[in-house]
Write a protein that binds this ligand. Sequence first.
Ligand code: SAM
Ligand code: SF4
Length: 364
Amino acid sequence: MHDNNDIAIYIHWPFCKSKCPYCDFYKELYININQDDIINEYITSLYRYHELLPDRCVKSVFFGGGTPSLILPHNIEKILNTVCKLWPLYSDPEISLEANPNTDSATLFSDLKQAGINRLSLGVQALNDTDLHFLGRTHNTADARQCLEKIVKTFDNHSADLIYARPEQKLAQWHDELKEITSYGLKHLSLYQLTIEENTVFARKNIKPLSEDKALEMYKFSGDFLAAKNYPQYEVSNYAVPQFASRHNLTYWQGGEYIGIGKSAHGRLKINNKHIATVYPFIDEELTQQQRAEELIIMGLRLTKGIDKKTFKKICGLNLYDCINLSKLHILEELHLIKDTSDHLYATKCGFPVLNQIINELCV
Ligand SMILES: C[S@@+](CC[C@H](N)C(=O)[O-])C[C@H]1O[C@@H](n2cnc3c(N)ncnc32)[C@H](O)[C@@H]1O
Ligand code: SF4
């Protein structure tokens, strides 16, 4: 649920030390970059958003990438100081940063904590050297392990990203990686199924993904294994110790307002009852109620709890049943792929692996 004046802030840092062959995110090589200029541009942009949204209260800030662990800690502090100067903050804001093990240094994590970061998400991706090499990562398992140990010592809230369903991966190997990653005491895990995206090096090399059956077997295994380790799934790719779901990312999935700063970042705002989509630096477009409703359905069904019907109406002003195909809904219910209760609409465990098809059927 959202209070009317909650807002999340996403800061996108598109620079990376190298480009991973599977990655389709917007990124640039970190060469000849004047960090101070970019940080000043971000700060100017925060001021501009403040003029538009002076009465908001910031509940989370997320530094995502790219590789935001390349931002010098004093620049992180500069941005966070600006946010604090412009808006009131929740008493316990979630301030996250995505780190890549290839940027580690003796004091990186303690410096980031000192700068105001209170949640660290580490891009581990694999816990064996053959697969890290295949994924084109420039860190090895020893680096990842060292970072994992440091982040659990330094922060109270932490997460790691892993990519599974790699072409040659066996379930037994994945089991070992899950066993290891759950041994560090992290509060949150994101597990992404490897996708071969168009226009990536993997696509050009014609790398074939693991078969759908095997990928599904790994997905189901992960859910059961992590639930038994006290990481229940709460979103298609996300698992957390209870109370440690990413509050920032929940904003996207639950249709809250967020500002996007940085090249290729986008935002969603509600101003004078109008739904505004922003693309950095400030191009904006008004969304119709129906467009916003469709986004809420697509995002909300990613959550295991699904769409909260009252919140849906409060955000977009429409009844959920007026925005979905009801005859398809009944068929999906009969197939046990979706469940419709008095207050929520959600995809079942069987429905989750075919979520995209479910959404295509429901959204007309
Ligand atoms: C925006 S990326 C940034 C993370 C950070 N730069 C890093 O690489 O560690 C967020 C996550 O998306 C996942 N990801 C990126 N491309 C993917 C792909 N093609 N298939 C599956 N997961 C992918 C990775 O797990 C990655 O950590
Ligand atoms: S996966 Fe991360 S480090 Fe690799 S290119 Fe993409 S954003 Fe950069």
